[in-house]
Write a protein that binds this ligand. Structure first.
Ligand code: PLP
Length: 419
């Protein structure tokens, strides 16, 4: 658990705010973020770079709440986006267009045009077909676009297969063997695309440095081949992927990760870009949920809570492990092994199995380290409104997203044709 979430006697706090009070005021399920934790992680990255020329582009998909985006925008940060929707979110949070990088394998015409019109900093191109589309659209507008090629370095990130993105059989990036000839083609025949960098992103929740280092070697080899071919770049973008500790993982520290990148890249003379998502936001957020029922069968004890897999998908999707704790420690009840499950009609709707806890109906629990890929992956499955989201800062509480209403869930549906 992040040091910004801690017990005072038997009560769990986020900064100077009691989480029992948040649950009382805003109801459950409810995401709670610590602004100090977010800012602290941001500073850890920037100070690790020191004087080395760099840009940190927060990967918006990890948590796209406007309040979180605005905190990083105020730090003059950049953003890595993967859709037109994320672009609008960054602009709404006063993010600077020039500092936006547009990644993703499926950029649509309208998304590209909008991104060109607002003047984003760079398109990370993932295929030859996308390159041609970008060139055509840029030519029509008579405006040169700055691009980087996303390279697939064929590296095993040694993470969950759903979040490994740097292997040759993944859909992402351009095969390393084809990059140099493609760069030559851009220079020779695509005047409306200006190549300013190369990029990679090999996967998420990496807990070792070595895959990053292997990717770096691949990138350095390409930079050197391009140099030989007379092609110079402005930046090298190493993507995101730094892991966090959910259970007993020991990922590299932010300082170790940044130093390792800098030591290999410093002499290249290129600006270093990274796109961290999870490492910035994961442990800055928790999910509050209330025990609706305690149910004991001859085989098991279940604590049925009011959050479901629609609110937090990671355990169901990736078999992810999250620590679960009581917001108020019960001194007078004995611990038992519980499966902590949600109300959704799927057996995958389970947040933790065989957790030893002292709990009773009505207790508020906290699911830890869900600031990344939590709220942003939530859905309305089972016609469940999305949870409220709250930001705390020192002793202050701000509601940064209201709980959805049930009416809003079907407001766009039209039954007039049915009669
Ligand atoms: C998802 C993603 C990231 C962020 O990954 P994290 O593991 O959350 O740091 C960065 N860049 C790209 C292109 C991504 O798709």
């Amino acid at each position: 658990m992040s040091p910004y979430f801690f017990y005072k006697k038997d009560l769990l706090f986020a900064e100077e705010v009691s989480l029992a009070e948040v649950a009382e005021r805003y109801g459950t399920p409810c995401y709670v973020y610590s602004r100090s934790a977010l800012e602290n992680h941001w500073h850890a990255f920037t100070s690790a770079f020191g004087k080395v020329r760099h840009r940190i582009c927060y990967a918006v998909k990890a948590n796209a709440n406007l309040a979180i985006l605005q905190i990083f925008a105020k730090k003059k940060g950049g953003f890595d986006i993967v859709s037109g929707g994320e672009l609008e979110r960054v602009l709404a949070a006063k993010g600077e267009a020039k500092k936006i990088i547009f990644s993703g394998v499926g950029k649509q015409h309208a998304e590209i045009i909008r991104a060109m019109d607002v003047g984003i900093g760079c398109f990370n191109v993932e295929s030859e077909a996308e390159l041609e589309r970008l060139h055509t659209l840029a030519m029509q507008r008579k405006k040169v676009v700055e691009i980087a090629l996303r390279i697939n370095p064929n590296i095993d990130a040694r993470t969950h297969p759903y979040i490994a993105t740097g292997l040759s059989d993944n859909k992402f990036g351009i095969d390393a063997s084809e990059v140099v000839s493609l760069c030559k083609r851009i220079q020779a025949t695509l005047p409306y695309c200006k190549l300013i960098g190369i990029a990679c992103h090999i996967g998420s929740q990496l807990t070792e440095l070595s895959p990053f280092m292997e990717a770096l070697d691949c990138m350095l080899a390409i930079i050197s081949m391009l140099k030989t071919a007379g092609i110079s770049l402005q930046h090298v973008d190493m993507g995101g992927g730094l892991g966090v500790c959910y259970q007993n993982e020991t990922p590299p520290k932010i300082t170790e990760y940044v130093s390792a990148l800098c030591s290999k890249l410093q002499n290249s003379g290129l600006e270093i870009i990274i796109e961290p998502g999870r490492a910035l936001v994961a442990d800055a957020g928790v999910l509050l949920t209330r025990v609706e029922y305690v149910k004991s069968t001859p085989h098991k004890n279940f604590a049925i809570v009011d959050a479901g897999m629609n609110d937090l998908l990671r355990p169901a999707l990736y078999d992810a492990w999250h620590s679960i704790k009581a917001v108020k420690i019960n001194q007078d009840i004995s611990e038992k092994n519980y499966d902590i499950v949600g109300p959704v009609c799927e057996s995958a709707d389970c947040f933790g199995r065989n957790r030893s806890m002292a709990l009773k109906e009505g207790d508020v629990l906290v699911i830890d380290s869900v600031g990344a890929y939590g709220a942003c992956m939530s859905s309305n499955y089972n016609a469940r409104p999305r949870a409220a989201e709250v930001m705390v800062y020192q002793d202050k509480i701000f509601l940064v997203r209201k709980r959805e209403t049930v009416q809003s869930l079907f407001a766009e549906e039209d039954v007039s044709v049915i009669g």
